[in-house]
Design a protein around this ligand. Sequence first.
Ligand SMILES: [Zn+2]
Ligand SMILES: [Zn+2]
Length: 130
Amino acid sequence: MICMRCKSSMRRVVVKGVVLDRCDRCRSFWVDGGELETLRRNKGGRRADAVAQVLAERRAESADPLVCETMCPRCQESVTPTRLGNMTVEQCVECQGLFFDYGELETCLFGASGKKDWFNAFLGLLGIRV
Ligand SMILES: [Zn+2]
Ligand SMILES: [Zn+2]
């Protein structure tokens, strides 16, 4: 699968039975439709909204327009910006998959200062040091 942002190939990773695609180059994630709910149910979902404000401010500061294909890397249908708490992520109109820029997925799940043990273990699996 090709990254929407930088067109590198994304690597499939499986975390707790949830399949994610990660771009090693720009560190974005693709989450298939429905899988985000599984992740949020497993851990950290309730925290997501509380930290969305922090994220929104941070994103505004480092405004980096999403220069990317407007097609879903999974099914080639169009993607459209969608609100997730206070975040805006790209979502496929067909398969409901979600594209997260670097940092957005973990913030969505755990917040900027939330408990990160599980997610750190997850990042460890991906070979990322935090
Ligand atoms: Zn990328
Ligand atoms: Zn799609």
